[in-house]
Write a protein that binds this ligand. Structure first.
Ligand SMILES: [Zn+2]
Length: 336
């Protein structure tokens, strides 16, 4: 894809609006703007606990390690960029989510209502958005034609049209983000022993409520637990974007099945998606998909996964359409 003119990159190679470019290079310069725009949320900011600060610092480094495999430079998301706010304030800016990444500002908001394991997972997810490929464009401000606004132009594998009106592959991008975040969270659970704790809680509940030998809870999707009197109860909160992870998984497995001469395992196919996510280079991904299913397939994906910018993305509906389309591709059984 040809890069449009007057883009500002995080490495600031292409600069046409020097002030904005400098701001992006040095996010501290954006602080004033951020503080004004999000004053309603920042006024209600709740101090983070020490363990929350530790989780944020740890995640920042952990995701840098992940990204380093593909890129040299990332945005640093420190605890001062991550804000804990009341749940009723967060839902005004992030419908239905427990946390939100503000790309052009490099800030994250999260709800105080998140139980600890869910907090860890949300931090993983949002910080990953910041570590993936971020590219910005400056467009004429809607409020004042003589001013320029900074808008995200590329985030991971997703991209916005040059007029700023449409965003493409946002759902594929969430599928990749949540897949990597889930791996990171599971890794963290294993290292801290949280997974054993959840295993035990879930298996206790399943034995206790053994109805017609059907397990009550599915451990794979149990992310957290809640305090119940003296004890703790598994709390069936799944990882997010279930439908998204399903179509991505199906696409990866099917590409592998149809290209066994090119790939020796599933991980190698997954790597192509991850590489595009961090480098922003879509060509390899596009080629792999088109060579497997025929020319134009990648373009069809961008047509299905398209949304008006700034309008609430009907993500479940798009995920359903993507699942249906990928299933059709899978069954079409065309090899090249
Ligand atoms: Zn996300």
């Amino acid at each position: 894809m040809e890069k449009p003119r007057s883009l500002i990159t995080k490495t600031v190679e292409k600069i046409s609006h020097i002030d904005i470019a400098n701001q992006l290079k040095n996010p501290d310069l954006l602080t004033l703007q951020f503080e004004q725009e999000f004053a309603f949320a920042l006024e209600k900011e709740i101090p983070k606990s020490e363990s929350e600060i530790n989780v944020i610092d740890f995640t920042n480094k952990y995701m840098d390690e992940k990204a380093k495999k593909y890129i040299n430079e990332t945005f640093s998301i420190e605890s001062k960029n991550v804000h804990k706010i009341p749940h009723k304030i967060l839902i005004q800016i992030a419908k239905g989510a427990g946390a939100l990444y503000i790309p052009a500002m490099h800030h994250v908001f999260y709800s105080e209502a998140l139980p600890q394991p869910l907090f860890i997972h949300s931090v993983n997810h949002e910080i990953l958005h910041a570590k993936s490929y971020n590219l910005f464009q400056s467009i004429k401000s809607i409020k004042n034609e003589s001013l320029r606004d900074i808008q995200i132009f590329r985030g991971g594998v997703s991209f916005v049209s040059r007029d700023g009106k449409f965003v493409y592959l946002e759902n594929l991008n969430e599928a990749i983000t949540e897949t990597i975040a889930k791996e990171a969270t599971e890794d963290f659970y294993k290292k801290t022993g949280l997974d054993k704790k959840l295993d035990n809680l879930v298996s206790f509940q399943n034995t206790y409520y053994n109805i017609n030998s059907k397990p009550l809870l599915n451990r794979v999707e149990i992310l957290t637990f809640q305090k119940m009197g003296e004890g703790e109860m598994p709390f069936p909160v799944g990882f997010s974007y279930e439908g998204h992870r399903r179509f991505l998984q199906m696409l990866i497995s099917d590409i592998f099945e149809k290209n066994k001469n090119n790939f020796s395992n599933l991980e190698e196919v997954k790597e192509i998606f991850f590489e595009s996510y961090f480098t922003g280079k879509l060509l390899k991904l596009q080629r792999m998909i088109d060579q497997t299913y025929g020319n134009g397939t990648f373009k069809n994906l961008t047509k299905i996964d398209r949304n008006k910018h700034g309008v609430q993305n009907n993500t479940d509906k798009i995920a359903q359409k993507l699942n249906a389309y990928i299933l059709e591709l899978k069954e079409r059984n065309i090899n090249k």
